[in-house]
Write a protein that binds this ligand. Structure first.
Ligand code: TA6
Length: 300
């Protein structure tokens, strides 16, 4: 995105949205209003942090994250699109698609009457993306920074052919200590355990953590609550346009193999991801759109 256009958009935000760091090379926006403070990278249109004034950040981002074009940022809310998980192409491309590995454009900055800020980002197909995935598309992301954080991804098929999409808003939530939290709302919901040869299981209990956990809950539209007694706080993760919820923590060994994952960082994060994956992929006819959205909030 060219800097004059970006600067012009920010000039109209009455100081609520500013540029951080080396703006020309890697623009990161700081959004601050009466409700909260958030940071959003134009790379991947990735929300990196969201902190209601007087509260802990709701999102976790690794201190060892890489901020370089083409590299996925570890933490916040990565956008996994147009495929979730490993690439099915040969030779395989990067996991979780390419939307998170490209610079997006900031399309607009709006202030709502309730004091929240709405930032709209867009990504459209280029010769580079067509090398990876030979289809026309428009992605629009609306980020609402208010008492809650809402992220809505609208995907439009501008191609002449139908496409099949899997996607996720891969949200990293910040928690006090992974072994002390419980996630409620997915009891008795069937899930694929990717660490147990993709066995299909379910449990009447809340989700607790004592090892690497990587579960794809399907046929579910429910919101979940992360109960974090140490702080104490509860985080609600709601979603629309999604029938799959992924719950992930890499634990010690897997996180230690990721250079961009803080040593011990796994103890302070859990991913709860609004997703369309497995049998819940999205078919888009030419001209058709789908919206995948999540809202994260701290509740008493
Ligand atoms: O959402 C869970 C997952 O698919 C895990 O299997 C793990 O690969 C995680 O995503 C992180 O993927 P990334 O490509 O961001 O390292």
């Amino acid at each position: 995105m060219n800097m004059p256009a970006l600067s012009a958009l920010l000039a109209n935000s009455a100081g609520r949205v500013m540029l951080l760091g080396d703006a020309a090379a890697y623009p990161i926006l700081l959004v601050e209003n009466s409700h909260a403070r958030a940071r959003i990278a134009l790379h991947g249109a990735q929300v990196l942090s969201f902190q209601v004034h007087g509260e802990q950040d709701l999102l976790w981002t690794s201190e060892s994250a890489v901020y370089r074009e083409g590299a996925a940022i570890r933490g916040g809310i990565p956008i996994c699109w147009p495929w979730f998980g490993p690439s099915l192409q040969m030779p395989p491309l990067q996991a979780h698609g390419f939307a998170r590995n490209h610079f997006w454009s900031l399309a607009s900055v709006l202030e709502q009457s309730d004091g929240s800020s709405v930032l709209n980002f867009s990504l459209t197909d280029t010769a580079q993306t067509r090398q990876l995935w030979p289809h026309g598309f428009i992605l629009s992301l609306a980020v609402v920074v208010g008492r809650n954080l809402s992220v809505s991804l609208t995907m439009t098929n501008t191609d002449s052919l139908p496409v099949q999409i899997t996607a996720a808003l891969h949200t990293y939530l910040r928690v006090s200590e992974i072994s002390r939290i419980a996630i409620r709302g997915l009891e008795n919901t069937r899930y694929i355990d990717t660490l147990a040869a993709n066995a299909v299981l379910s449990s009447p209990e809340a989700i607790t953590f004592a090892a690497e956990t990587d579960r794809i809950y399907f046929d579910c539209e429910d919101e979940v609550v992360i109960d974090d007694p140490l702080w104490p706080r509860k985080i609600k993760v709601a979603k629309t346009g999604s029938r799959t919820t992924v719950v992930w923590n890499p634990w010690v060994e897997k996180s230690s193999k990721m250079a961009d994952f803080d040593r011990g960082g796994y103890q302070n994060m859990v991913c709860v991801e609004a997703t369309n994956a497995a049998d819940d992929s999205i078919a888009l006819a030419p001209g058709e759109s789908h919206c995948l959205a999540t809202t994260v909030s701290s509740i008493s």
